[in-house]
Design a protein around this ligand. Structure first.
Ligand SMILES: [Zn+2]
Length: 310
C-alpha cells in the first residue's frame, strides 16, 4: 500500500458510515383530507394536478399582470392546478360533489376513485352525485359510480345536452359537449339522471345555489350553512383574488362570471363560510378574508382527528 492509498484508507475509516442513498418517491400521501361540519363528515378528494395554462386561458387581465400576480405569490409557470371534489357523508347517505376528470385529462388526473378508496369508501357506496357544472374536469369521473343518482341543475343539463347548443358554441367547446353527453348517458339509460328544476334545498342541510357565468347552469352547494362548495368560481386564486374581474376563456359569459364571483367572494368573507374550491390548491378548503381592499385565502387549520361538533 503506497502512501496515497494509506491516506485514502485513513480518510475513509475516519468518515461516518453513510447509508445507501434512499430513492426519492415523487408522490404525495393519498389525496384525501377530512373535516367535520356539525354532523356531516366532508372529505376533500384530489383528482390530480395538471399544468394550468395561465398564459393562454386567462382573459380580462393582461398576461403581464397575471404573471406579476403569480410572482407576488412566489409562484411561476408552469403552475400546477388542482382538481378537487368533495364527498359528504350525511350519516344516512354518501353524496359526491363533482367527480374529477376520469380518463379525459390523461395520466395527471383521474385519481379520485383511488383516493376515495384510500379514504375508506367504495364507489358503489356513493348514493348521489351533485355536479357543479358539466365540464370535463368535473363530469369525466361520473361513469365510475354504479349505484349513484346523478343530479345537476336543469339549466346546466339543458345547455350541454342540447345538440343545437354545440353547433352554436365555440369550436374548442365541441369535445366538452361530447364528454358531458357521454358521462350522463348511462345514468339516463338506467333512470338515474335526475336534474333539479329549481335551486334550493336538495337534502336536509344541503342547498343548491345558482352560480352562473362559468357555465349557464353552474351551481354551488351550501353545506350546513357553513361550507360553500363553489366549483369553478375561482380558477387561479393568486390571480383572481387580487383581480376578481379576471376570467377564463371557458366562461360562457364573462360578465355573468364576474358578477357571480364578486357576489360569492363578498358573501363568503362576510358570512365566514368555509369555501371548498375545485381549483384552489388541494384540499381547496379555506376562508376568505377581505384585507386592505383585497381578498386573501386562509387555508383551514389541520385537525388530525376531526370529530363531530357539539
Ligand atoms: Zn373546472
Amino acid at each position: 500500500m503506497n502512501h496515497l492509498n494509506k491516506l485514502l484508507l485513513a480518510c475513509a475509516l475516519a468518515m461516518p458510515l453513510a447509508h445507501a442513498a434512499a430513492p426519492m418517491a415523487h408522490t404525495q400521501a393519498p389525496g384525501y383530507y377530512r373535516i367535520m361540519l356539525d354532523r356531516f363528515e366532508v372529505t376533500a378528494l384530489s383528482d390530480g394536478t395538471h399544468p394550468f395554462p395561465v398564459d393562454t386561458v386567462m382573459t380580462n387581465i393582461s398576461p403581464r399582470q397575471a404573471l406579476q400576480d403569480l410572482a407576488d405569490a412566489d409562484l411561476k409557470l408552469p403552475l400546477q392546478g388542482s382538481i378537487n371534489a368533495f364527498l359528504i357523508n350525511t350519516g344516512d347517505k354518501l353524496i359526491l360533489i363533482d367527480t374529477g376528470a376520469g380518463a379525459l385529462y390523461g395520466d395527471c388526473c383521474g385519481k379520485l376513485v383511488a383516493h376515495l378508496r384510500a379514504a375508506g369508501y367504495q364507489p358503489g357506496q356513493v348514493d348521489e352525485i351533485y355536479i357543479t357544472h358539466l365540464h370535463k374536469d368535473h363530469a369525466g369521473g361520473i361513469p365510475a359510480f354504479p349505484n349513484a343518482v346523478l343530479r345537476v341543475s336543469q339549466a346546466e343539463a339543458d345547455y350541454w345536452l342540447t345538440p343545437a347548443n354545440k353547433a352554436k358554441a365555440p369550436a374548442f367547446l365541441s369535445t366538452f359537449f361530447d364528454a358531458a353527453q357521454a358521462a350522463v348517458a348511462p345514468y339516463q339509460a338506467s333512470g338515474r339522471f335526475q336534474p333539479y328544476q329549481d335551486f334550493g334545498p336538495l337534502e336536509a342541510g344541503i342547498t343548491a345555489l345558482p352560480a352562473p357565468g362559468h357555465t349557464p347552469g353552474h351551481a354551488a352547494y351550501l353545506i350546513a350553512d357553513k361550507l360553500l362548495l363553489w366549483g369553478d368560481i375561482v380558477h387561479v386564486a393568486p390571480i383572481q383574488l387580487p383581480h376578481p374581474d379576471a376570467t377564463v376563456k371557458y366562461d360562457s359569459s364573462e360578465s355573468t362570471a364576474q358578477a357571480t364571483r364578486a357576489s360569492l367572494l363578498r358573501q363568503a368573507a362576510e358570512k365566514h363560510w368555509i369555501i371548498g374550491a375545485a381549483h384552489i390548491a388541494f384540499p381547496g378548503l379555506g376562508h376568505l378574508r377581505r384585507w386592505r381592499g383585497e381578498y386573501q385565502w386562509l387555508p383551514l387549520n389541520y385537525d388530525e382527528a376531526p370529530a363531530a361538533q357539539p
